[in-house]
Write a protein that binds this ligand. Structure first.
Ligand code: ASP
Ligand code: MG
Length: 410
């Protein structure tokens, strides 16, 4: 008998019919003998609806109250799913994050899980119940409700699986696995049977929306066996693996892109120790995450400093930078929020030279100018003008033969 944690995303529980369908599936598995813990998201569109509601009241609502509000989305789903389970004779109990002691820090809107006391869940499992838990939420040590950031139910699922040492954590979503790239952009994109944890981490952090990045970090830390599957059709999905065979690995496993990027440049800052620390220190203090960073070689005794941030934080970052520019007597602040990042990812890159130049040549052949580049052992990212996103991704998908590579089956 296996202990399985399943997470169902918003579209999978988007209507009473869909919730009932999930209940049927869960009840069937329960009957077959598995212990099941089900983590659910809010019904699709609900979190957005709640955010809009809050904004209709206050343009800048208190983060604490916003979390109290947003947590209700998931609370609705757990109750409905438990009712659906009981209706078909499957004993179930629903719990909010607070009730199952998902303790987080107190950073509202993007709290991190610190620990979980899973004893209550175990008791229910022992009694033969299916346990249904609200994703995306927890409480800080003073009992304030917190949420884990958009897509945070994935993290709840993985964290629950880690706490319970589950045999598998299954993330049910509206796609049937992890793809070589977004099929909406490249129709020839293929589902991967398996992907290494490291690649998944890169893809998630580079903007692939399949899994919330924190859930992947969590899975890696506790080596949670993780699988992404479709809640609408049967299939093996994509298994996230912790062992890799570099020799057999395809050069590139996937192409990620991120439209939520913006670029900022501080021109003519003094070229002396401490400048980068000062600029990024101020940005960090404003709680803005920085992604790519480029500092030019100094011409005269000043230099240019460029970095990218989330597009949603562009305005705030520009304001901070305007202040820093004054302090540093920098020449000017520039910005561009019409950029995107495209990345190729693959552990196979480690043992092959020339992948980056192949990428650059492919983009050059399409007449796409590269504005920034960053690399790691298993990825190459470029920043390009937003209008080249589709063209760039398609060209790379073809250039690296991603539609053809045969995959080993699970
Ligand atoms: N309901 C939250 C969101 O829409 C969390 C989740 O679905 O994972 O982001
Ligand atoms: Mg999601």
């Amino acid at each position: 008998m296996a202990l399985i944690v399943q997470k169902y995303g918003g579209t999978s529980v988007g209507s009473p019919e869909r919730i009932s369908a999930v209940a049927e599936k869960v009840a069937r598995m329960r009957k077959a003998g598995d212990d099941l813990v089900i983590v659910v998201s809010a019904m699709s569109g609900e979190t957005d609806r709640l955010i809009k509601l809050a904004k209709a009241i206050h343009s800048d609502p208190s983060p604490r109250e916003l979390d109290v509000l947003l947590a209700t989305g998931e609370q609705t789903t757990i109750a409905l799913l438990s009712m659906a389970l009981e209706k078909i004779g499957c004993p179930a109990r629903s719990y909010t994050g607070f009730q199952v002691h998902i303790r987080t820090d107190n950073v509202y809107g993007k709290a991190r899980i610190l620990d979980i006391d899973e004893s209550r869940v175990r008791e229910d499992l022992k009694k033969g119940r299916v346990v249904v838990i609200a994703g995306f939420q927890g409480a800080d040590q003073d009992g304030n409700i917190t949420t884990l950031g958009r897509g945070g139910s994935d993290t709840t699922g993985v964290a629950m699986a880690a706490a319970l040492k589950a045999d598998e954590c299954q993330i049910y979503t509206d796609v049937d696995g992890v793809y070589t790239t977004d099929p909406r952009i490249v129709p020839e994109a293929r589902r991967l049977d398996r992907i290494t944890f490291e690649e998944m981490l890169e893809l998630a952090s580079l903007g692939s929306k399949v899994l919330q990045i924190r859930s992947v970090e969590f899975a890696g830390k506790y080596r949670v066996p993780l699988r992404v599957l479709s809640s609408f059709e049967d299939g093996p999905g994509t298994l996230i693996t912790y062992e890799e065979n570099e020799m057999e690995a395809p050069l590139i496993s996937g192409i990620a892109f991120n439209r939520d990027e913006a670029k900022l440049t501080l021109r003519g800052v003094p070229d002396k120790p401490g400048i980068a620390a000062q600029i990024l220190g101020e940005i960090g203090k404003a709680n803005i995450n920085v992604d790519m960073i480029v500092q030019n070689v100094a011409a005269d005794d000043t230099t240019d400093f460029t970095f990218t941030v989330h597009r949603g934080e562009y305005k705030k970052a520009r304001e901070v930078l305007a202040r820093v520019a004054q302090d540093l007597k920098a020449r000017e602040v520039n910005g561009d929020d019409k950029i995107v990042k495209i990345s190729i990812v693959g552990v196979g890159m480690r043992s092959h030279a020339g992948i980056a130049s192949q990428m650059f040549k492919t983009l050059a052949d399409e007449g796409i100018n590269i504005q920034m580049i960053s690399t790691s052992e298993i990825k190459v990212s470029v920043v390009v003008e937003e209008k080249y996103l589709e063209l760039g991704v398609r060209a790379l998908h073809t250039a690296f033969g991603l539609e053809k590579t045969s995959q080993s089956t699970v």
